[in-house]
Design a protein around this ligand. Structure first.
Ligand SMILES: [Ca+2]
Length: 226
């Protein structure tokens, strides 16, 4: 007669204790439930996990997009940065002249290609993989240069050399090498401030390095008066 209430008390105590344990180690309990129970229990622990993964991927993508936007904004607002005002090229797709699509003039002014890929708002050479091609660019103000930013928008990675011309017309190579640029992005080359002033830049590409069309959207010269 007196045993039953004790058993009930013990049972309730166990339920209470196990309840505390469950709340303090939810993951462990969920995993064991998933392993032993029928379908509804197995789906429960999986769904939040995949939702977390999706949310995490979305967060990463949003942060990368924000970082990209900040970088674009910083470059466009750089008070020491200038965009080209005149351009000539070794060749142009379809022999494009004036302000036609893919002409050398498409490299002048601020960037205006939004997506990686073939775009008439960028310059392209006459043939996709012919080899050495170049852009000769003029800027509004002669400066002591510190950096060059080449915005590549298609077939990125084929720039091999950047030269600056001093005011007497002498050429100075400030970068030569393997262009690491991929996708829509800048080849950013920093160097010690030049002793001379420059308002003319030559960008050389080896279009055979990256198969297909290699397009340049815009080129920024960075430098100061002094
Ligand atoms: Ca452009």
């Amino acid at each position: 007669m007196k045993i039953y209430p004790k058993l009930i008390c013990c049972f309730l105590l166990l339920v209470f204790l196990s309840g505390c344990k469950k709340s303090s180690s939810t993951e462990e309990t969920s995993k064991s439930a998933a392993g032993t129970s029928a379908t509804p229990a197995t789906t429960a622990p999986v769904a939040p996990g995949s939702a977390d993964a999706a949310a995490s991927a979305e967060t990463t993508a949003k942060m990368a997009a924000a970082e990209w936007a900040l970088k674009q904004d910083e470059i466009k607002r750089d008070s020491n940065g200038q965009w080209a005002i005149q351009a000539t090229a070794s060749s142009s797709y379809n022999d494009a002249q004036g302000t036609a699509g893919w002409s050398a003039n498409q490299v002048t002014a601020a960037p205006n290609v939004d997506k990686y890929g073939d775009d008439p708002a960028a310059w392209a050479s006459k043939t996709p993989d012919g080899g050495i091609e170049w852009l000769d660019l003029k800027y509004p103000k002669p400066v002591h240069a510190t950096e060059m930013r080449v915005r590549e928008s298609c077939g990125s990675g084929s720039v091999i050399k950047i030269e600056l011309y001093d005011e007497q017309g002498g050429g100075h190579v400030v970068w030569q090498g393997n262009d690491p640029t991929t996708e829509l992005n800048y080849l950013m080359v920093k160097f010690p401030k030049t002793t001379f002033r420059t308002d003319r830049v030559k960008v050389t590409l080896a279009t055979n390095v990256v198969p297909g069309w290699n397009e340049i959207d815009a080129v920024q010269l960075v430098g100061t008066d002094q």
